[in-house]
Ligand binder design. Structure first.
Ligand SMILES: NC(=O)c1ccc[n+]([C@@H]2O[C@H](COP(=O)([O-])OP(=O)(O)OC[C@H]3O[C@@H](n4cnc5c(N)ncnc54)[C@H](OP(=O)(O)O)[C@@H]3O)[C@@H](O)[C@H]2O)c1
Length: 275
């Protein structure tokens, strides 16, 4: 049983898909939720559907922007004395390479760097909880892709998949690094192909193919997020847990290399100092 009957949960990417479903269920269970997303209309629709009064705070922010991440963290600190669970969903695919106002490749900034910064900056609030947990929903267990150490911003050979895989592997390494020194337990969770995900950025042919494939091969959002509630209510004992489609991931996997995790943390700090 959880030590505290209700929890304060921060969710990045809470306005759609799995993040939205998680937010609604946490509210239904009596938790307080801080929901982050970039789309104001979707945020307002979440607030209306939840009907949770002041237990739900929506922060509209573009998490690909460092200034917006900073503002978001400031708002969270202003309104919360502690955070029991930080659940990270925010991601969006970019068919073409594009840069954020900070000059970073968009997928790197949104999918990896926002998770890095939210984790780093919310650590004091997580430390204030008796049983804190961070859950990063991404693609752990997947061995495809790599960190392009000499071209993290993918200036040379960009593709949507290359960018997604690099940021996914970076998130794997983030979990390994954070688990070494944080009180909060870190859970990396790969739900598998799920009937969610914005496809609006793709051409109509790809969109149709993804919709059809989703109908026949993907799992429901409700079943994909179910384990997340278990992690929030009863955080695992061990510092790091990695689950790929229901199975524990071998921690000796090449993509979870502790030396690479330290290297990425150092490179990320240097990058941030230069911005
Ligand atoms: N769906 C799958 O099959 C699948 C499989 C494996 C892993 N995953 C991973 O699971 C996570 C959630 O996936 P999903 O299918 O639930 O995605 P989704 O339905 O597309 O939801 C993505 C969320 O991210 C938010 N977001 C996107 N850009 C943002 C920005 N610039 N600033 C702030 N928030 C932003 C969106 O909110 P706004 O629109 O309001 O910005 C939305 O709430 C992702 O990390 C994805 O890679 C998904």
């Amino acid at each position: 049983m959880p030590e505290s009957p209700t929890r304060t949960v921060v969710i990045s990417g809470a306005t759609d898909g799995m993040g939205r479903a998680t937010a609604l269920e946490r509210l239904r269970r009596g938790d307080t939720v801080i929901a982050i997303g970039s789309n104001g209309a979707k945020g307002r629709s979440l607030v209306a559907e939840a009907g949770a009064g002041d237990r739900l705070r929506f922060i509209q922010a573009d998490l690909s922007s460092l200034a917006e991440i900073d503002r978001t963290i400031g708002e969270i600190k202003q309104h919360s004395g502690g955070v029991d669970a930080l659940v990270l969903f925010a991601n969006r695919q970019s068919p073409k390479r594009r840069e954020t106002p900070d000059g970073l490749e968009h997928t790197f900034a949104l999918y990896y760097l926002s998770r890095y910064l939210l984790t780093r900056e919310l650590t004091p609030l997580l430390d204030a909880s008796s049983n804190p947990v961070i859950i990063s929903v991404a693609g752990v267990g997947n061995k495809a892709g790599e960190i392009h150490w000499d071209d993290l911003q993918l200036t040379r050979r960009y593709s949507t998949i290359r960018a997604q895989l690099q940021a996914g592997r970076a998130n794997d390494l983030l979990g390994v690094a954070v688990a070494k020194h944080c009180k909060a337990r870190f859970v990396m969770y790969h739900p598998g192909f799920t009937r969610s995900g914005d496809t609006g950025m793709f051409n109509p042919v790809i969109r149709l193919a993804l919709t059809v494939l989703g109908k026949v091969a993907a799992r429901s959002v409700a079943s994909a997020v179910e384990p997340i509630h278990g992690f929030i209510d009863n955080p695992p004992e061990q510092p790091l847990t990695a689950i790929d489609r229901g199975k524990h991931v071998d921690p000796s996997l090449r993509t979870l290399d502790p030396a690479a995790a330290d290297r990425l943390a150092t490179v990320t700090e240097e990058l941030l100092k230069g911005l």
